[in-house]
Design a protein around this ligand. Structure first.
Ligand SMILES: [Zn+2]
Length: 234
């Protein structure tokens, strides 16, 4: 494999990671907002209230996704920073011991001890913390935790997903609102499910049907609860 291919592979993997996070976020947005809309519509709410519910669901969902993602990725960033600080301190206190540790890692990976020691020595001379971060802690610059980007990405993908059933609810005539929302939602989820599965190298059809089945179930349960509340007149 040509030398730059590894960098391309790294970027492709990072890209797939972002794609899948985006698809999952959009999935959440579509499923939760369409279920909300179908549930409130089944309770015979007015058209204005149905659309309002959709808007509230979009904003609340996007904010909660962003908050959850920010908090979880930030705690990952915190533990990465703490591990790097500890590594920096160990290097300052026991450089020779750290060099032996790195040598052992390369020997376990298959290098003969002499070569491993030379590789460790040269890499540490070039960038001691970087080589330990990469080869001992498994931290890579391309996959570093970025809480703000992750929070923004999940809020945007959720909102983008939620916009679809919301647009259908806003535009569809009242008596076609539920079937139109369900049809458009399931079609979009089939497409996203296939995209996400094939991006990860899995069977597109299986991925699509799995997402569509569980989403249809979520909408059906919410519609049933909505119809029940509508009947008892709450
Ligand atoms: Zn170390």
């Amino acid at each position: 494999m040509p030398p730059h291919a590894h960098a391309l592979e790294h970027h492709r993997l990072a890209g797939i990671g972002w794609l899948r996070a985006g698809v999952l976020g959009a999935n959440d947005g579509i499923v939760s907002t369409s279920s909300l809309i179908v549930g409130v519509a089944a309770a015979h709410a007015t058209h204005a209230n149905i659309v309002l519910t959709g808007v509230a669901g979009l904003v609340a969902g996007a904010m909660s996704m962003a908050t959850g993602e920010y908090v979880s990725v930030h705690s990952q960033a915190d533990s990465e920073a703490a591990a790097l600080d500890q590594e920096r301190a160990e290097l300052a206190v026991d450089y020779a011991g750290e060099s032996r540790e790195l040598t052992d890692i390369y020997v376990r990976r298959g290098l003969d001890p002499k070569l491993a020691a030379r590789v460790a020595e040269q890499l540490m001379a070039h960038d001691a913390l970087g080589s330990h971060a990469r080869d001992e802690l498994g931290l890579s610059v391309t996959l570093r935790a970025r809480p703000v980007q992750a929070a923004l990405a999940s809020a945007v993908s959720f909102a983008a997903g939620a916009l679809l059933p919301l647009a259908v609810a806003a535009l569809a005539p009242a008596r076609y609102l539920i079937p139109a929302t369900v049809t458009v939602t399931l079609a979009a989820l089939l497409g996203l499910g296939a995209l996400s599965a094939s991006a990860g190298g899995a069977n597109a059809w299986k991925g699509a049907l799995r997402v569509a089945f569980w989403s249809a179930l979520a909408m059906a349960v919410t519609a049933a609860v909505g119809a029940l509340f509508g009947r008892i007149g709450i």
